[in-house]
Write a protein that binds this ligand. Structure first.
Ligand code: PM9
Length: 469
């Protein structure tokens, strides 16, 4: 909702709507409770293993699930599928330079392709990589390269109810302590994610990015940004940080990136496409090495595993993603659901983040122990209730400590209701709010789960469970 002045000088509450209209629709399937029970059992109580045909409203992720615009679809027809030197690569390079400000571009099939390459280039066995909260694929690539991830996010990020508007911020004291302990030579780079997915889509302030840069510069440590949701971070800086209200999103984004040496990017989020990513970097030597590796793992350095048409869609997506009205509607939708759930006292991470509502499963299901996988159980229950698919972001996602083999026990045990961009309407949001409230009313009946199959890597994707009876 927007507040503007009425003609008589009295403030009037004015509604605002999505800055697009719908040209094509995809029909949804409504299932019965019996069908959902069978589907969930077959999926091992893991929402990742459900067939999407059995899902009504799909809030598993905002990754690759966005609706492209007519301009992006038109761009597909301009795909230049030459093996080398596709014009769409150069279009993408132009927009990466213009909006993010980095010098060199290496396209990759998606974000983890870029994470793989930068980790292999910069990390040596025995190194430490500080970051503002782990992200599953990012940490795994750091570990596979021989490094150890060290969490340097501010303490507030681990508290679901702390109202700090920039809960993604790096705690500089934690970085200093790490430098004092292991020495700057053992820290190839600091990884700063904007926004922080696992903390609830929480942003990082410009002030913090500036300070992180200054500290790292002093010690000769690179800063690599995870720019996957940097546009959403820029929006939060504009509306929450003093001094930025009159700046445009592109101006804010350029300043954010200027405090880093490069970025990894999953274009499947901010950039409004279904596939694509890139690594962008300012140092020629790192770029040269990245060009060497990309041809081994992804494809030639001018396509990196993407079709020319995919690069064109992503390039056009950059322009649309940097539009203020788009970001306001996108984040406004998440806020709308937050307002609805708050009225019924449903516990979720505050402040509301950029891409999702994160239900607080510890508060929702206080009768369950963390080893009974409360967030996994809650995601399963929501699916049973209404066919809405969400994602566990708690102990299952956190995985195991590679030294001790024990589970990590994250302070945050969350269920993520993630909003694909430009896909669902306000009416879908109302159904979601009603469904979550219904599950909350019946929360005492929810039992935990046992894990009966655990894959070696990124277990949350394929693990299987059964209900505790
Ligand atoms: N994020 C998400 O649903 C995709 C699947 S979960 C592993 O949130 C960040 C901040 C991400 C991210 C993916 C990646 C990897 C890197 N950084 O999925 O490989 O949120 O394109 O990107 C998911 P790709």
């Amino acid at each position: 909702m927007n507040t503007s002045s009425g003609t008589a000088g009295t403030p009037t509450k004015r509604s605002w709507a999505e800055p697009f209209k719908i040209k094509m629709v995809e029909l949804l399937k409504v299932t019965t409770l019996e069908e959902r029970k069978a589907a969930l059992k077959e999926a091992g109580y893991n929402t990742f293993l459900l067939k999407s045909d059995d899902v009504y409203i799909d809030l598993l992720t905002d990754s690759g699930t966005n609706a492209m615009s007519d301009v992006q679809w038109a761009g597909l027809m301009l795909g230049d599928e030459a093996y080398a030197g596709s014009r769409n690569y150069y279009n993408l390079e132009d927009n990466v330079r213009k909006f993010y400000g980095y010098k060199y571009l290496v396209p990759t099939h998606q974000g983890r392709g870029a994470e793989h390459i930068i980790s292999q280039i910069l990390i040596k066995p025995g190194d430490f990589v500080p970051g503002n909260m782990y992200f599953t694929t990012t940490r795994l690539h750091q570990e596979l390269a021989g490094g150890s991830f060290v969490d340097v996010i501010c303490d507030e990020a681990h508290d679901a109810n702390n109202l700090n508007p920039f809960k993604g911020n790096v705690d500089l004291k934690k970085v200093e302590a790490l430098i004092a302990k292991v020495g700057a030579k053992k820290i190839p780079y600091l990884s700063v994610a904007v926004t922080v997915n696992m903390a609830g889509g929480q942003p990082v302030s410009m002030e913090n990015l500036r300070d992180v840069r200054a500290l790292c510069k002093k010690h000769g440590i690179r800063v690599i940004m995870d720019a996957t949701r940097a546009m959403e971070n820029a929006y939060f800086i504009k509306i929450r940080e003093k001094g930025f209200a009159d700046k445009t999103i592109p101006e804010i984004l350029l300043e954010m990136c200027s405090y880093s040496d490069g970025c990894t990017m999953s274009g499947k989020k901010d950039l409004l496409v279904n596939i694509g990513g890139f690594l962008a970097i300012n140092e020629w030597e790192v770029f040269e090495e990245a060009r060497n590796l990309v041809v081994v793992y992804e494809g030639l350095h001018t396509y990196g595993g993407l079709a020319g048409r995919d690069m064109e869609a992503m390039s056009r997506g950059i322009v649309e993603a940097a539009n203020y009205d788009h970001l306001r509607a996108r984040i406004g939708q998440v806020e709308y659901v937050g307002e609805g759930l708050a009225k019924a006292d449903v516990p979720f991470v505050l402040p509301v983040g950029g891409h999702a509502i994160f239900l607080d499963a510890k508060k929702f299901l206080p009768h369950l122990k963390q080893t009974q996988f409360p967030a996994q159980a809650l995601a399963a229950e929501l699916y049973l209730e209404s066919g809405i698919r969400a994602m566990e972001r708690g102990i299952v996602s956190a995985g195991r400590n590679k030294e001790t083999g024990d589970h990590y026990y994250p302070a945050l045990e969350l269920v993520r209701l993630t909003f694909p961009r430009r896909v669902y309407t306000q009416a879908h949001c109302d159904v979601l709010i009603e469904s979550v409230i219904e599950v909350y009313r019946n929360r005492n009946k929810i039992k935990g789960l046992n894990m009966i199959y655990e894959p070696k890597y990124l277990r949350f994707f394929q693990a299987r469970f059964e209900p505790i009876v």
